[in-house]
Design a protein around this ligand. Structure first.
Ligand code: KG4
Length: 339
């Protein structure tokens, strides 16, 4: 009998639901929240309210596009954490209620592990090869920058991570300093394509091992602009593209330097990218160039699976269901990183 698993993701500002049938994706529906644009960042209270409005229609649409009704579901997988607690509670409470009412198991998914497992999302007639175990994954998003060693779907070790801001957070904050919109990542990406990446240089962190730091870069960017604006109030406007390109270049260099070190230290040459920032053109190009130069086998997820989505949660649920790993309905959501 076909195993239909519904995945639900609501850890930040995207309400998403997806259905997989025996590990093949049938639907993936995401409602993003434009309400935060006016504030230059996610406002937790507004995010929870929007999830409340979106969750029922998003789940209904995912089931309709999959061509099944609630009664066909074998399990409900949900992001239990980490994330914004108010946001998580909407998806988790809904998933628990649905699983209880249908008499099917609840399966918990970790948001970060989900991003890594996005590489295993399989669509119908999809010939892409997922990375073989073990592989390294650079997970870069608005909340995380981590180098992860992945030995199995449920065996992941963090080799290095940011000790302060995440890469995406730093880009978003610098974009805000420049008076650009939110989220800044895609805007910086677009502008950077027209600018000179060597026009300006910003401070680089000195952090030991495989850890990252991005808060110094943000401060260096802020002070640099403050000084230039004193002499030339139009400096940002006239140098927008060069600023974006130089900022992106610095972030990508920092990310790639530690990733290359992790490859040398572990000897693992299968290397994947995940998370929202992996949509970045400069990062993708640098990743491809490094792979060619150093003989890495690389894996980049489809664009739609780089940012938050429920397909990665449904596929996590599928792997866990194969091992009979369900979750106690009483288990609470968690805000902080746990793995
Ligand atoms: O994974 P994600 O959707 O959410 C979490 O943080 O979990 O990542 C969002 C982050 C934001 O910081 C956004 O600016 C960044 O990903 N981002 C990008 C690009 N697209 C999204 N950063 C750089 N270039 C992009 N093209």
């Amino acid at each position: 009998m076909t195993q239909y698993i519904l995945g639900i993701e609501s850890s930040c500002d995207d309400t998403s639901a997806a259905v997989v049938a025996d590990g093949v994706l049938l639907s993936n529906v995401t409602a993003s929240q434009a309400v935060h644009e006016a504030y230059g960042g996610v406002v937790p209270e507004l995010a929870s309210r929007a999830h409340q409005q979106n969750i029922v229609p998003v789940v209904d649409t995912a089931l309709r596009r999959a061509g099944i009704g609630h009664e066909s579901l074998s399990a409900v997988a949900v992001t239990l954490g980490p994330g914004l607690m108010g946001s998580l509670l909407v998806g988790v409470s809904f998933a628990k209620g649905l699983a209880l009412s249908l008499g099917v198991p609840l399966i918990e998914a970790d948001h970060l592990q989900g991003h890594v497992l996005a590489h295993f999302i399989r669509e119908k007639d999809d010939a892409h090869e997922p990375p073989p175990y073990p592989f390294l994954c650079l997970l870069v998003s608005g909340g995380n920058s981590q180098i992860i060693k992945v030995e199995a779907y449920d065996r992941m070790t963090i080799l290095g991570q940011t000790i302060d801001d995440a890469a995406g957070e730093a880009i978003d904050k610098c974009s805000k300093i420049m008076g650009l919109g939110y989220p800044g990542g895609p805007i910086i990406d677009r502008l950077a394509r027209q600018g000179d990446a060597r026009a300006f240089s910003f401070s680089r962190p000195h952090v030991s091992g495989l850890d990252y730091s991005f808060s110094g870069l943000k401060t260096s960017f802020l002070y640099f602009l403050r000084d230039r604006l004193k002499d030339d109030p139009a400096f940002i406007e006239t140098h927008k593209a060069d600023l974006a390109a130089s900022l992106e270049h610095t972030v990508v260099d920092i990310l790639m330097e530690k990733l290359a070190r992790a490859v040398r230290q572990t000897g693992i040459r299968h290397v994947a990218l995940s998370g929202g920032v992996s949509a970045n053109t400069g990062l993708r190009n640098a990743f491809r160039e490094r792979a060619e130069k150093d003989g890495w086998h690389i894996y980049i997820p489809k664009f739609s699976y780089t940012t938050d989505n429920a397909a990665m949660i449904a596929i996590t649920g599928y792997f866990k269901s194969l091992d009979g790993r369900t979750c106690d309905i009483a288990k609470p959501a968690y805000a902080r990183n746990r793995f």
